[in-house]
Design a protein around this ligand. Structure first.
Ligand code: F0G
Length: 482
């Protein structure tokens, strides 16, 4: 079903589920939040969950399970080898994707590790519409390089283009000619392109890109971690696909690729991951890595309970009612903030609402992490935890200089089936307050900087006493108890 219609009120998204179990959350007093942020090294990854009011860091592993998912856990078949649960999961994925072989993993980046390990050699090139942090790190760790060939318009923050994740076919051709086919390890298309704002790829573009790869004999890989949202957008934005069911669209997409992998922390509302492979020889070539790095071939690091839940979760992902909630809430949040003048990535994508930090805090130099600073400030203003997606999430250039990200964003993720519309309204209100007080926000600098994936565990400090000034302004408007 598409969005619920209203008779006499401005339409808002309506949840197609009801709440059966709840978890209490609390809003720490304002000054305490500043202490917690300081202890966390101004890095929202290092905060304790109990100190957060609205945890919008990610939709990874924090989506609400359904009653059916939870009850399925009871029938999990515990076995080190040959668990019936595994075969049920393999069958369900084969039914959905039409690919025979499943390599189970503990999460998405483990799939990336194994695929890269198998295909990437020093000097090889991986073609992508856009990178994801972990997918790039696994390629570069092995001496490979990533070529990001998203269409230029995908990087324009404010637009009304429906498929900003589309790859540029001319750039792909030029890249293959330049690199030579033998040096291309594979082409990876990322559904619901995470780092440019959860922006989808059209079915048409996936078809054209994979057709081109096939002409050259290049292996095609789909990162389906965010496929759920991408399916919703294909159904609602791609004219030729509007009468197809989600199941049909999924199958049409999967038929284009040699490999489909996913983080089940996103795809399937659970935890874990998997690589679906079409070709038997390719499957056998990769299976050793599962037993070496993940676990035995029939669990790959996942618990059987999670796997049973996922079998239902995959089925729920084929239900338009269920997969509509995320994009509709995100769209509401993006449109309301846009109306209030806050620079947002438009159109709203999947995964979360994305604020264009480069515009909001244009007084903060790129080397002082504008998005990192904004996300720290947002925690101070209402206990809202977002995620930096910009220069801080990049690795430094080999000469030690900063690699300035092409997009500098704060992501407010919407875990599926978790937040209500009134909580969303609270977030909109606080973001607007922060936007109106943006001149109070200052930059950050590293005091502990890990070499790899520094954004996860790095520690920073403010370049001035701006957090104290910001919190005092906040208290003047809202009081110190919130
Ligand atoms: N691919 C995409 C598109 C992702 O968004 C993620 C994770 C991964 C791969 C890796 O999967 O976390 O299970 O190892 N994204 C999370 C996020 C971390 O918050 O966006 P993982």
């Amino acid at each position: 079903m598409s969005q619920i219609k209203f008779y006499n009120r401005t339409p808002v998204p309506v949840e197609m589920h009801k709440v059966k179990i709840v978890q209490k959350i609390s809003l720490l007093p304002a000054r305490e939040r500043l202490n917690k942020l300081r202890e966390a090294g101004f890095n929202t990854f290092m905060l304790h969950n109990g100190d957060i009011f609205m945890d919008m860091l990610t939709d990874s592993g924090v989506n609400a399970m359904s009653d059916n998912m939870q009850s399925a856990m009871l029938r999990a078949d515990d076995a080190y080898a040959g668990s019936e649960t595994f075969y049920r999961m393999n069958d369900k994925l084969t039914e959905i994707f039409g690919m025979k072989y499943l390599l189970p993993t503990h999460q998405g980046r483990a799939c990336e590790h194994i695929i890269a390990q198998h295909f990437v050699k020093p000097g090889s090139c991986v073609i992508m519409n856009y990178h994801f942090t972990t997918s790039k790190a696994h390629v570069t760790r092995l001496g490979g390089r990533v070529e990001e060939l998203v269409k230029d318009e995908g990087l324009i923050v404010k637009s009304n283009l429906p498929f900003k994740g589309n790859i540029d076919l001319d750039k792909v051709k030029a890249c293959i000619e330049k690199e030579g086919v033998e040096n291309i390890a594979y082409m990876r298309l990322e559904a619901g392109t995470n780092l440019i704002g959860g922006q989808p790829i059209s079915y048409e573009n996936m078809k054209e890109a994979t057709d081109l790869a096939k002409e050259y004999g290049i292996v095609t890989v789909l990162d389906a971690s965010l496929l759920q949202d991408n399916l919703y957008f294909i159904k609602t934005r791609e004219e030729s696909m509007k009468d197809k069911s989600i199941r049909e669209i999924t199958r049409m997409i999967a038929d284009l690729f040699d490999i489909v992998y996913f983080s089940a922390r996103k795809f399937g509302f659970g935890r874990g991951g998997g690589i679906m492979v079409r070709d038997e020889a390719m499957f056998h070539a990769m299976e050793d890595y599962i037993t070496m790095f993940e676990g035995f071939l029939t669990y790959g690091g996942m618990s059987v309970k999670e796997m049973e839940a996922l079998i239902i979760g995959f089925e729920e992902t084929m239900d338009m009612d269920i997969i509509s909630q995320g994009p509709q809430f995100i769209n509401h949040c993006v449109n309301e903030l846009d109306k209030l003048g806050v620079p947002m990535v438009t159109p709203g994508g999947g995964l979360g609402a994305h604020i264009d930090a480069r515009q909001v805090v244009d007084h903060i130099p790129a080397e002082q992490y504008p998005a990192g600073s904004l996300v720290a400030a947002l925690y101070l203003c209402g206990g809202i935890r977002g995620m930096e997606r910009g220069t801080l999430s990049e690795e430094r250039n080999p000469d030690g200089t900063e690699h300035i990200a092409s997009v500098e964003m704060v992501r407010l993720a919407f875990p599926r089936r978790v937040f209500t519309l009134s909580q969303t309204e609270f977030v909109i209100d606080r973001v607007k307050w922060l936007y109106d007080h943006r001149h109070l926000i200052g930059g950050l600098k590293f005091v502990h900087e890990p070499k790899t994936l520094r954004f996860f565990t790095g520690k920073l400090e403010p370049v001035s006493d701006w957090p104290e000034k910001l919190i005092e302004a906040y208290i003047a408007d809202f009081g110190e108890d919130q």
